[in-house]
Design a protein around this ligand. Structure first.
Ligand code: KIV
Ligand code: NA
Length: 277
């Protein structure tokens, strides 16, 4: 597979070829992104919920994120590899954001970092970009701020709010972001921002007109039951595969139909006779 670079992502955007991005949290999911032609692998901080069982991405530590980045990086080589900077790791000041982004690149092995921010992210993005760390911006619904926004809600449904998101996106491009995630915004706003910008836009719940799409692995593979966001489509059915696999296994063990002779080792009869004596 050819290595995906920022230049290649821009070529895709110019050619109107949709960019595919998916989250990965460990070596096997990283391998799957490598093997099946994904353009961008994202170690999303959704890791907190879908892999580690936390109730919010705000619980995730930088050390935990780096631990998972290392595993994904060992499997995902060709896709461009990006990871979320965890909540709190880029908020205190620019120096600390730089120090933490460097750890993600050096220890985690990622190629770029993603931050959830509008105008307030300009300074950090300018600084990280200036020292050669590519930054993907993330606007619209920012899950790290779910408490502030009273839940995970669609953003930019009023003209004023839409304008603020669009202007913020432009400011982040000017600051040097190499791409931008648009989460949970109206389809027309997703189209408008995509037309307005020169960097790739990657949508999740932002309609079909963005330069690319991203979904959380566990959502698109249907790893869990329960609430499904409006923007999720289930392309796989891991939940059913796990259910039938585990039911079959536990049943076979309990009725002693597993393992059978072909799944067991044997020894020469004469050796067994000797053993018994
Ligand atoms: O953490 C995540 O999975 C994300 C994507 C959904 C964009 O930020
Ligand atoms: Na995220």
């Amino acid at each position: 597979r050819r290595k995906v670079t920022i230049q290649y992502l821009n070529q895709l955007r110019k050619a109107g070829t949709p960019i595919t991005m998916v989250t990965a949290y460990d070596y096997p999911t990283g391998r799957a992104c490598e093997t099946h032609g994904v353009d961008i692998t994202l170690v999303g901080d959704s890791l907190a919920q879908v892999c580690l069982g936390y109730d919010s991405t705000t619980r995730l530590t930088l050390d935990e994120m780096i631990h998972h980045c290392r595993a994904v990086a060992r499997g995902s080589k060709s896709p461009f590899l990006v990871a979320d900077m965890p909540f709190g790791s880029y908020h205190v000041n620019t120096d600390e954001a730089v120090r933490n982004a460097i750890r993600m690149v050096r220890e985690g092995g990622v190629e770029g970092v993603k931050i959830e921010a509008s105008f307030e992210g300009v300074e950090i993005i300018r600084k990280l970009t200036s020292i050669g760390i590519p930054v993907m911006a993330h606007v619209g619904l920012m899950p790290q701020r779910h408490t502030f926004f009273s839940g995970y809600r669609v953003q930019g449904r009023t003209a004023a709010c839409a304008l603020e998101i669009a202007q913020g996106a432009r400011a982040l491009q000017e600051a040097g972001a190499f791409a931008i995630v648009l989460e949970a915004i109206p389809r027309l706003l997703g189209m408008y921002i995509t037309k307005q910008l020169d960097i790739p836009t990657i949508g999740i719940g932002a309609g079909v007109h963005t330069d690319g799409q991203v979904l959380v692995w566990d959502d698109l593979m249907s790893v869990w039951g329960g609430h499904k966001a409006k923007f999720v489509r289930q392309f796989g059915d891991v939940k059913s595969a796990v259910e039938s696999g585990l039911k079959g296994y536990t049943k076979a063990v309990r009725e002693r139909s597993f393992p059978d002779d072909a799944e067991s080792y044997s020894m020469p009869d004469e050796e067994w006779e000797k053993f018994l004596k």
